[in-house]
Structure formats: structure tokens, C-alpha cells
Design a protein around this ligand. Structure first.
Ligand code: ADP
Length: 240
């Protein structure tokens, strides 16, 4: 993937003393030491604007609907709070990251593994088009963070092998990632292909779950989804 590109100057209701970044440091978030080590070893010196906006809010437990361009650090913006919140001594799925494709699932799990290099967090990838039996076998081992596509995770949840009753964080990445979404709907999480599975999956989770949604664009369908499933979401928009 491309190196971090800062988004164009942020033009939201801006006063002269507001600059694109707030000048935060990763230390400001009181993260676990092992996580901070992973962040610095990955070469991140300071949080990017989307990370500054979302990490502290996500750590408070609030729902988030965030929009920022690709390449601005969205993946780390949700992986860092996810890794921070996971209790590695509790061998149960605590976070699910939903993505539209296997490729993205593999990339996202790689970011989690790198940032979480010094933590003992077990990350599993599960997507359609691979052996269901292998995934069932894998779930006999501890899994803290599951990254995958909605249909496969729902299959595993319905079979009772993927237990989501303690999954308190649901992240949806690229639920719509380009302005041609109306043509390319099959790729996006809030498309007729995925949305019913996501809605069913949410029912396997605790009612107190936190939902974080990240994308480069918002499809029209997001409003309806947001109104039904998000609770007083904090809306971040680094695009307008
Ligand atoms: P997005 O998910 O928005 O497409 P990524 O999270 O993949 O963006 O980040 C794009 C690139 O920037 C990646 O190579 C990532 O490692 C790097 N990156 C992310 N956050 C930072 C940061 N705070 N400092 C430096 N590089 C970063």
C-alpha cells in the first residue's frame, strides 16, 4: 500500500488556530506499553489526522462513523483501539472486523499482527471461498480478534463455533469505499449482498457492543443503518 498521504487541508468550520493535526502523540492515549512499542516499531511517529480524531473517541467506547480518504491511516485508526481494548487473558472473541474481501481481511490482520507484535493477541482471518472445516478447527484454539467477511462469520456463528456473546466491538471497514459504489455494490459491506448478514451477526453480539464504521465515502444506505444500529455516533468527516 502507498505510504501515508496526509489528506488535503482540512476545511471543516475552521478557525485560524486550528490546523490539520492537533499535534497529539501516541503517548497521549495511555496505551499499553506493548502496543506503543508495536506502533513505534512499525515506524509511526505521530498519529495521522484520522487517528487523532478516532483513537481517543473509540477508547471512550463511543460509536463512530468516520470518513477519510484511503491511505490516510484508517486501518491503524481502528486497529489501535481494538488492540488496546482486548484482554489477552480472556480467550474469547472480543473484536470482529468486517471487510468486503479476502484480500482486505489478510491486509488488515497483518496490520493487527504488526501493531500487536508484543501483545499476545490471537488474530484469525475467515472469509468465504476457503475451507469451512479448517476455520471450525481453528476456532477450537483461542481467538481474540476475528477479521473476515460477513457471510462466513455468520455461518460460523450460526453453527455455534464462533461465539460472539462477549464481542463488544464491531468494526466495519470500507463499507463503501468509492463513489462508484452504486455500480460496484458487490464489493461493499452495505450492499444487498452483505447487509442482511451484518444485521444478523449483530444479533449474536451483546446489546452493549460498540460499532466503528470507516470508509472513504458514505453510501445513501448508511443513514438507515446508522439510525438503526449506532448509538449517538461520533461522526468524523475528513473529506469535505
Ligand atoms: P487506509 O486504511 O486509510 O487506506 P492505511 O491504514 O493502510 O490507510 O495507511 C496507509 C499507510 O500509511 C500504511 O502504509 C500505513 O502503515 C501508514 N501509516 C498509517 N498511520 C501512520 C502514522 N501514524 N504514521 C506513519 N505512517 C502511517
Amino acid at each position: 500500500k502507498a505510504r501515508l498521504k496526509l489528506p488535503p487541508a482540512d476545511t471543516r468550520y475552521r478557525t485560524e488556530d486550528v490546523t490539520a493535526t492537533k499535534g497529539n502523540e501516541f503517548e497521549d492515549y495511555f496505551l499499553k506499553r506493548e502496543l506503543l512499542m508495536g506502533i513505534y516499531e512499525k515506524g509511526f511517529e505521530k498519529p495521522s489526522p484520522i487517528q487523532e480524531e478516532s483513537i481517543p473517541i473509540a477508547l471512550t467506547g463511543s460509536d463512530i462513523l468516520a470518513r477519510a480518504k484511503n491511505g490516510t491511516g484508517k486501518t491503524a485508526a481502528f486497529c489501535i483501539p481494538a488492540l488496546e481494548k482486548i484482554d489477552q487473558n480472556n480467550n474469547i472473541i472480543q473484536v470482529v472486523i468486517l471487510v468486503p474481501t479476502r484480500e482486505l481481511a489478510l491486509q488488515t490482520s497483518q496490520v493487527c499482527k504488526e501493531l500487536g507484535k508484543h501483545l499476545k493477541i490471537q488474530v484469525m482471518v475467515t472469509t468465504g471461498g476457503t475451507s469451512l472445516k479448517d476455520d471450525i478447527m481453528r476456532l477450537y484454539q483461542p481467538v481474540h480478534l476475528l477479521v473476515g467477511t460477513p457471510g462466513r462469520i455468520l455461518d460460523l456463528a450460526k453453527k455455534g463455533v464462533c461465539v460472539l456473546k462477549d464481542c463488544s466491538m464491531l468494526i466495519m471497514d470500507e463499507f463503501c469505499n468509492d463513489s462508484f459504489a452504486f455500480i460496484l455494490q458487490a464489493d461493499k459491506l452495505l450492499s444487498p449482498e452483505f447487509q442482511p448478514s451484518i444485521e444478523q451477526l449483530i444479533r449474536f453480539m451483546p446489546t452493549t457492543r460498540q460499532i466503528l464504521m470507516f470508509s472513504a465515502t458514505f453510501p445513501v444506505t448508511v443513514k438507515d443503518f446508522k439510525d438503526r444500529y449506532l448509538r449517538k455516533p461520533y461522526v468524523i468527516n475528513l473529506m469535505d
